[in-house]
Design a binder for this molecule. Sequence first.
Ligand code: DQA
Length: 136
Amino acid sequence: MKFLFINGVNLNMTGRREKGVYGTQTLEEINRDIAAHFKGDECHFFQSNIEGEICTAIHTADCDAIILNAGAFTHYSYAIRDAISSVDIPVVEVHMSNVHARDEFRHTSVISAVCNGVVAGFGKNSYILAAESFKL
Ligand code: DQA
């Protein structure tokens, strides 16, 4: 299968920010582990801190499934929600942390309703579990 893993705002700081929440591995290291797990599949990775670039990545995606950690955009970006609704590709929302056990504002996702599913709380394995769901 062909997967596109999209990471949004501040995810480039993974491994350097809030290590107790997001762990000590960098995003590059996490992506390398994901690619190793799915070695029989095609994995593409994109990260941006810019909302519109995430929308464009979704619009132009050429893959079987998108695994999206939109970061804080999850909680308020109607633009990303509409971008997801604009394409026929299935999208799974992921979070490394259990957003429901954290601040109140993280309990709201404006994208969940237009995603195929949500995986949260399993660190880097949230990405792997989300993508694995398409292989069952
Ligand atoms: C996050 C959770 C979001 O609330 C937060 O803004 C992030 C990361 C996660 O992976 O747990 O940047 O999406």
